[in-house]
Each structure stands twice: as structure tokens, then as C-alpha cells.
Design a protein around this ligand. Structure first.
Ligand SMILES: *Cc1c(COP(=O)(O)O)cnc(C)c1O
Length: 377
């Protein structure tokens, strides 16, 4: 069997090796250290934020963001249904309930008109949500100008799940700069990685202090171990921050490579009826994290899943888009305002190998398979 080609494998090389080795040799192993501080400063600078706190995962960043914004058991948080489970899970960690909002056709991001409808409905019933948690899907930034205006009008705080969108922008403003806090992920399959890790970005010094405190077991600033609250062990280690600093230097190059891969798929499917590049008309400020296609089987004559099987026969990974949260067994009892878009994206979309680590030879192998499949139709 040929070597497996993944959808988005880590792209880690000599620069990362050197930074990690330097961190180990410096003696800063136990867990915090100068690479964590420098990594935080770089991310804050890149996203135009005053504060950044490096954490053990994007999920931890979402969890602490909700806690630091006072979200409590029994509260409601409005969020995108088209997302990875981590977004909804973080809402449940604090005992709150997600209220899932469906998507815009062009990007899969939260539909501001539906969000407004949900907020208006809640206000009419005398209910008040504790927070909004929109998601930047697959590297496209949500429509924050509209979402922020709603947050202001309904007096609710807004936290951005920017786990997938580092390096992207919206109307010239970087992903991670929107909302009162934004969570980023450095999981192994994201645009850049620390093997596992995350970051919470914010401008408010009190929120940053609260997040640092909660992430280090809620230790009071006294010599003995004094605790007045339940805390978490959520900080990123210095060695992983060193890996992150190397990745950050390479981020523009990795985005450029992913853009080339998008262009390759665009050319492969250009003349194929019933197939479109998902979000393909809104590419300008994308980080090109993943490239997906939408297949309308009534036009193409074949379903997306059949192309997936053809790729799998040569050990090439591809997957359906996120299954919307309102269709997940664990969340079917929660509230949702849906328009059918996310379900359609889930049923007709597949994500193709998109990682910057893919070589030209790997891309040739994928192209040969796709051309052969299309030729057989
Ligand atoms: C990856 C991801 C997360 C979680 O990040 P981890 O670092 O894996 O915990 C949260 N939200 C979205 C939208 C993601 O894609």
C-alpha cells in the first residue's frame, strides 16, 4: 500500500527541531519559561491584542474564556451549529446550554440574520443569553461587524472561536482580533501546531489575569499553596511554546503552500458540472486551512462519498465536513435555529488533503487519482 496522505498532517522540520533543542538545553523544562512569554507576545502582536495566554489546547482556551466572562450553570450560549464538537463541549463544561444557529451558504459561518432572530425571540420571552460564541469555519472569519453589532444591541459578550482561522483576516483585521476574547488552537491538524496547544487572546488585563490564574490551579499569590476556588492545569509547556515559535516564523509560507493546493483543486474541478470549491468565491482573506468541495449528485451524477472511496483505495484521506452539532446525538435535545444549510454542507461536502507538508509528488498522486475517477464517470 502507498504511504498514507493525510488531510492536514503536521508540517514540522529543522527549524522546529532547533528551537525545541534550544529550549531543552536552556533548562526551561518545568512547564513555563521564556519561550512561553515570547510566544504569547508574538501572537498578541500578530493579532493586534494587548494580552495572550498560552494554554494546553484550544478547548481549554474556550473553557477559560467562558468562565472568565462569567458564564454559569444553566446559562445559554448562542453558537454555530457548523463546528467541531469542542466548541459545544466547552459550553457544557461550565454547565451552560448551547443554542445552535445555522449557517450562511457561502462560508458555513453563523448566519447573522438567524442569530438576530434567535436573540429577538429570547428577548421577547424575557431571556438573556450569557454569551455569543461564533466560529470561524475552516479558515474563513465570521461576519463580526454584524455579529458585534448584535452583541452590542442585546448587551451580551462575544467570544470568537478562531481555532481554525489563525492567519486569516476580515476587512483587513486579523482573525483572533474580534470579540472580547478569541481562542486559537495549535492541535496537530491545524494551520500551525505545537503538537497540542492553544491560546486565548484578549485586550482586557483583568480577563487575562483571571485566565492565567485559573489555568495554574487558581493559586493565591502567597508562599504556601492557598486556594479559594477550583482551578485547572491548562498552561502550555515551554518546550511546546518553542515549537510554536518556529511554526509561527513559517506561518506565511505554510499559508502560501495551502493556497497553492486550493488552486490545484480549483483547476482539477474547474470543468466538472455539479462540483464547486466550498467558499471558493470568498477566498481573498482566507488562511486556506482546508479545501473542501461540494458535490451536487443530481448534476454530477456521483456523490462526494464515491470520490472519497476512490481516494481511500490509494490510501489518501478525505472526510465529510463537520457534522452539525444540532444533528449530534449528544446535542439533539438542545435548542437550535436551523435553515438547512449546515445539513446540506455536511451531506454534500468532502474535505481533501490540504496540509502544507504535502510534497509536489504527493499532490501528483492525488491529482492522478482524482483525474482517473472523474474520467471513469
Ligand atoms: C480544533 C478546534 C477546537 C479545539 O482545539 P483543540 O486545540 O483541539 O482543543 C475548537 N474549535 C474549533 C472550531 C476547532 O476546529
Amino acid at each position: 500500500m502507498s504511504r498514507r496522505l493525510y488531510m492536514s498532517a503536521p508540517d514540522v522540520g529543522e527549524l522546529e527541531e532547533r528551537y525545541v533543542l534550544d529550549a531543552i538545553r536552556s533548562g526551561w523544562i518545568a512547564p513555563l519559561g521564556p519561550d512561553v512569554d515570547a510566544f504569547e507576545r508574538s501572537l498578541a502582536e500578530l493579532t493586534g491584542r494587548s494580552h495572550a495566554v498560552a494554554l494546553s489546547s484550544g478547548t481549554a482556551a474556550l473553557h477559560l474564556a467562558l468562565l472568565a466572562h462569567g458564564v454559569r450553570p444553566g446559562d445559554t450560549v448562542l453558537t454555530s451549529t457548523m463546528t467541531f464538537a469542542a466548541t459545544a463541549n466547552a459550553i457544557r463544561y461550565v454547565g451552560a446550554h448551547p443554542y445552535f444557529i445555522d449557517s450562511l451558504e457561502a462560508t458555513g459561518n453563523i448566519d447573522p440574520a438567524l442569530l438576530e432572530e434567535a436573540l429577538t425571540g429570547m428577548a421577547d420571552r424575557g431571556e438573556r443569553p450569557a454569551a455569543l460564541l461564533p466560529v470561524d469555519l475552516l479558515g474563513k472569519v465570521a461576519d463580526y461587524p454584524k455579529i458585534s453589532a448584535l452583541a452590542a444591541r442585546f448587551e451580551v459578550s462575544m467570544i470568537s472561536d478562531a481555532a481554525e482561522s489563525l492567519g486569516a483576516s476580515h476587512l483587513g483585521r486579523p482573525a483572533g482580533s474580534f470579540g472580547s476574547a478569541a481562542a486559537i488552537s495549535f492541535n496537530g491538524n491545524k494551520i500551525m501546531t505545537t503538537s497540542g496547544g492553544g491560546m486565548l487572546l484578549m485586550d482586557n488585563a483583568d480577563v487575562a489575569g483571571r485566565v492565567r490564574y485559573l489555568a495554574t490551579q487558581a493559586r493565591q499569590p502567597v508562599p504556601h499553596y492557598e486556594h479559594t476556588e477550583v482551578g485547572y492545569n491548562y498552561r502550555l509547556s515551554n518546550i511546546l511554546a518553542a515549537l510554536g515559535r518556529a511554526q509561527l516564523e513559517r506561518l506565511p509560507g505554510m499559508i502560501a503552500r495551502r493556497r497553492e493546493i486550493r488552486e490545484l483543486y480549483r483547476s482539477l474541478f474547474a470543468d466538472v458540472a455539479g462540483v464547486e470549491i466550498f467558499g471558493g468565491t470568498t477566498d481573498a482573506e482566507d488562511n486556506f486551512w482546508l479545501t473542501s468541495i461540494l458535490v451536487d449528485p443530481t448534476v454530477s451524477g456521483w456523490p462526494a462519498s464515491e470520490l472519497s472511496e476512490a481516494l481511500a483505495a490509494d490510501n489518501i484521506e478525505s472526510r465529510p465536513l463537520w457534522k452539525p452539532m444540532h444533528l449530534q446525538p449528544v446535542y439533539t435535545h438542545d435548542r437550535a435555529l436551523v435553515n438547512g444549510v449546515s445539513q446540506r454542507l455536511f451531506e454534500t461536502g468532502i474535505t481533501l488533503p490540504s496540509g502544507s507538508v504535502l510534497s509536489d509528488a504527493d499532490l501528483d498522486r492525488i491529482s492522478v487519482r482524482i483525474r482517473a475517477y472523474l474520467g471513469s464517470k
